[in-house]
Design a protein around this ligand. Structure first.
Ligand SMILES: Cc1cc2nc3c(=O)[nH]c(=O)nc-3n(C[C@H](O)[C@H](O)[C@H](O)COP(=O)(O)OP(=O)(O)OC[C@H]3O[C@@H](n4cnc5c(N)ncnc54)[C@H](O)[C@@H]3O)c2cc1C
Length: 374
């Protein structure tokens, strides 16, 4: 009998748990540990902020969903892992102390590195949890004149909600007839082409121009006051409302093990196995791969890790390899969506599509997650 421990109840951890439950026989024990029993469907948070869906549409109860799949769920805070003793230290929660494992899937996502930006908590709105999203939505409802800045910091690697927020704001301002009174500015440390490739980058720049959204690239924020964002070189922009995605780092639970890059992201091979550690896999935002960090990547990595872990338990070699693909859908609140598909590890040309279908497809994906986990 093997004890499999999965850390983290996001896209990566949930898919790994589900696939393992399908692939392993009942004699093996599968446990998922996460700090919160609610799964959050982050791609829908911009829609939540703009009142296009409700709080209960973007979360589901993990314990309930996991029990159905014979996965034990423990709500608890992971402090550290010890790969030599094969134990995970739990700081607090439904259990405390050390949990032993034979095989581990690390899927703890990443942590905010707001310590890098002075004044972030006091002065910026963000979309990184449901309550903060609702708070931003209320601020938008009460905002009728002035400049709104939407953007991301160096190391956010999360462009989709920035552009979706800017497009949703432009639509709202137009519906209210407030175009003369509201100015929308997107700020980014990189040009979109550098982040998501030339094809999608150009499409986004065109979409921003059509909606009279100002775009400031090469703007790497390092401090925020009550009414201005400032870069390390002293460039400043004034705002009346700010939605800013912070920098991130890898999870602190793995930072001291010598398995990460300088930003704390875990080094894995194409089978999702942690370099130099048998029986340990890592998936999702926590791994050290190039480009934006996205939920569909975490889900695919969870799938690959589960297939290889199940094979390892049965005494076989790896059976699945990950291809690092970017599949990006930028929803424009119901009209023209933008879809990009690109293999980040090859030089093949990207596929770019426009149309209402893509906004619809993104909502359908949310509904699929809701239905299949409720
Ligand atoms: C506003 C927003 C919009 C987005 N839009 C898109 C989109 O359109 N398309 C897309 O593909 N991606 C999108 N993303 C990115 C996507 O949500 C992430 O890439 C995805 O959530 C990563 O999954 P994960 O499982 O690696 O990590 P997470 O989803 O972050 O899950 C990590 C889990 O581990 C738990 N955890 C963390 N630390 C601990 C600890 N110490 N102890 C116990 N539990 C812990 C967390 O509570 C969480 O449940 C968006 C993200 C945001 C914030």
């Amino acid at each position: 009998m093997a004890k499999v421990l999965i850390l983290g109840g996001g896209f990566g951890g949930v898919v790994a748990a589900e696939r393992l439950a399908q692939q392993l026989s009942d004699e093996h024990q599968i446990t998922l540990v996460s700090r919160n029993r609610n799964f959050v469907f982050y791609p829908a948070l911009v829609r939540l902020a703009f009142g296009k869906c409700k709080k209960e549409d973007v979360t589901f109860d993990l314990r309930h969903a996991m029990l159905d799949r014979r996965v034990n769920f423990i709500e608890a805070e992971v402090a550290r892992i010890d790969p030599y003793e094969q134990r995970v230290t739990i700081a607090h929660g439904e259990v405390e102390g050390k949990l032993p494992y034979d095989f581990l899937v690390f899927a703890l996502g990443r942590r905010l590195a707001t310590e890098r930006i002075t004044g972030y908590y006091e002065n910026a709105h963000h979309l990184l949890n449901v309550d903060k999203t609702i708070q931003f939505g209320k601020a938008v409802s009460n905002f009728h004149s002035g400049r709104v800045i939407v953007g991301q910091c160096e190391g956010s690697r999360l462009p989709v909600p920035v552009y979706e927020t800017a497009f949703a704001l432009a639509r709202l301002v137009k519906e209210r007839g407030e175009q003369e009174r509201v100015r929308i500015t997107v700020v980014s440390p990189d040009a979109p082409a550098a982040e998501i490739g030339a094809e999608a980058g150009n499409a986004i720049q065109r979409a921003l121009r059509t909606r009279q959204i100002e775009y400031v690239s090469g703007f790497s924020i390092n401090s925020i006051s009550a009414n201005a964002v400032t870069t390390s070189s002293g460039r400043a922009l004034k705002f009346d409302l700010l939605m800013l995605l912070p920098p991130f780092r890898g999870s602190s639970a793995s930072s001291y093990l010598g398995i990460t890059d300088n930003n704390g992201y875990i080094n894995v091979d194409g089978t999702m196995r942690v370099n130099g550690h048998d029986g340990i896999y890592a998936v999702g935002d926590c791994v050290n791969f190039d480009g934006p960090k996205m939920g569909h990547m975490a889900a695919r990595q969870g799938d690959v890790a589960a297939a290889n872990l199940a094979a390892e338990i049965e005494g076989h070699g790896p059976v699945s390899h990950y291809a690092h693909e970017l599949r990006l859908v930028i929803d424009d609140a119901g009209s023209d969506g933008i879809y990009l598909h690109k293999n980040i590890w090859t030089d093949e040309p990207a596929t770019l599509r426009h149309g209402r279908f893509w906004s619809w497809a993104k909502r359908a994906q949310k509904e699929y997650w809701e239905v299949s986990h409720s």
